[in-house]
Design a protein around this ligand. Structure first.
Ligand code: NAD
Ligand code: LMR
Length: 338
């Protein structure tokens, strides 16, 4: 591994050992795909998180440079880099939380499902490593198509005998972050005061904002509802088109990933009342996976909230979302069991 050897301080001195081992209290976090567009700002923000004592950066390219760079930040976490498949085990062993933004992003004209053929295999390999090296870790899965990659991860863990539905979380936080921003713009509020539940999944019509449950309580015209629903469902495409071939959301995604990872770590620490939306194994609908509000605690997902009262517009949206989600889930399951 590059930077900060796990066994000794920089000069091999005794007094460097405690910190180099990640001796301070805190959680051990790995980022898989750490040299990518999301991975780099995510690594930087996790290095700034006081709950993190050890940060492992894994990728198949460029981790030595990213690790050297980030390791110079004068924050508490010890940073270690891992390059290539042969160092995956080292990257994963002992981790409390594994965040996965590895995989290819969209270009204009593509759907998230168009990424399946490449990203499914990447996620499968990384999850096999997790099952072997840190089966108790919480997994935050970002790689698209999330609606299928989370079922892939679950199947890999089931085959390895390590599946714990409380510990596998698909990251849909960016949909909530966008929804809060766009709703705040319409209402003329500070986005930090706004809370929009977004349920379903993470692609097109499966992204279902529950505008009837916005906090603070408010009402919208039908025109506002149509505008907001469309903008939230197509926020990813808005960025893909603006980047014009240079990728998809990276900076807002890194922000959202850190917001979500921090919530998971505060839950692990035992903080009360940590509730965020996430795509998880669920009984909220008849589908095996669904995104909704979940309460995070010491064991991961400790409670999955019901959807609450939906209006007619949302009920119609839910049926559309479920139809597409069912196919995406089946595609992921079949990929592992083919
Ligand atoms: P990117 O191409 O900039 O970075 C991806 C990184 O993954 C690269 O550094 C690449 O080397 C690495 N990688 C590829 N194969 C790997 C493997 N086998 N093991 C480890 N690392 C590997 O892409 P990006 O913009 O960072 O996006 C990454 C993924 O996140 C995409 O699939 C994208 O669609 C998805 N995404 C999801 C959300 C969400 O809300 N869940 C938001 C934005 C992007
Ligand atoms: C997003 O919502 O920004 C991501 O899922 C990336 C994408 O392809 O849109």
């Amino acid at each position: 591994p590059s930077s900060n050897s796990p066994t000794e301080g920089p000069l091999g001195l005794e007094r460097g050992i405690c910190r180099a081992k990640g001796g301070s209290a805190g959680f051990k976090v790995a980022i898989l795909g750490a040299a990518g567009g999301i991975g780099q700002p995510l690594a930087m923000l996790m290095k700034m998180n006081p709950l993190v004592s050890v940060l492992h950066l894994y990728d198949v390219v460029n981790t030595p440079g990213v690790t050297a760079d980030i390791s110079h930040m004068d924050t508490g976490a010890v940073v270690r880099g891992f390059l290539g498949q042969q160092q995956l085990e080292g990257a994963l062993t002992g981790m409390d939380l594994v965040i996965i933004p590895a995989g290819v992003p969209r270009k204009p004209g593509m759907t998230r499902d168009d990424l399946f053929n490449i990203n499914a295999g990447i996620v499968k390999t990384l999850c096999e490593g997790i099952a072997k090296c840190c089966p108790k870790a919480i997994v935050n899965l970002i790689s698209n198509p999330v609606n299928s990659t989370v079922p892939i991860a679950a199947e890999v863990f089931k085959r390895a005998g390590t599946f714990d539905p409380k510990r596998l979380l698909g990251v849909t936080m960016l949909d909530v972050v966008r929804a809060n921003t766009f709703v705040a713009e319409v209402l003329g509020l500070d986005p930090r005061e706004v809370d929009v539940p977004v349920v379903g999944g993470h692609a097109g019509v499966t992204i279902l904002p529950l505008l009837s449950q916005v906090k603070p309580p408010c009402s919208f015209t039908q025109k506002e509802i149509d505008y907001l629903t469309d903008r939230i469902q197509n926020g990813g495409t808005e960025v893909v088109e603006a980047k014009a071939g240079a990728g998809s959301a990276t900076l807002s995604m890194a922000y959202a990933a850190v917001k979500f990872a921090d919530a998971c770590l505060r839950g692990l620490r035992g903080d009360a009342g940590i509730v965020e939306c996430s795509y998880v194994a669920s009984h909220v609908t008849e589908l095996p996976f669904f995104a909704s509000k979940v309460r995070l605690g010491r064991t991961g997902v400790e409670e999955i909230h019901a959807l609450g009262p939906l209006n007619e517009y949302e009920r119609v949206g839910l049926e559309k979302a479920k139809k597409e989600l069912a196919a995406s889930i089946q595609k992921g399951v079949s990929f592992v069991n083919k």
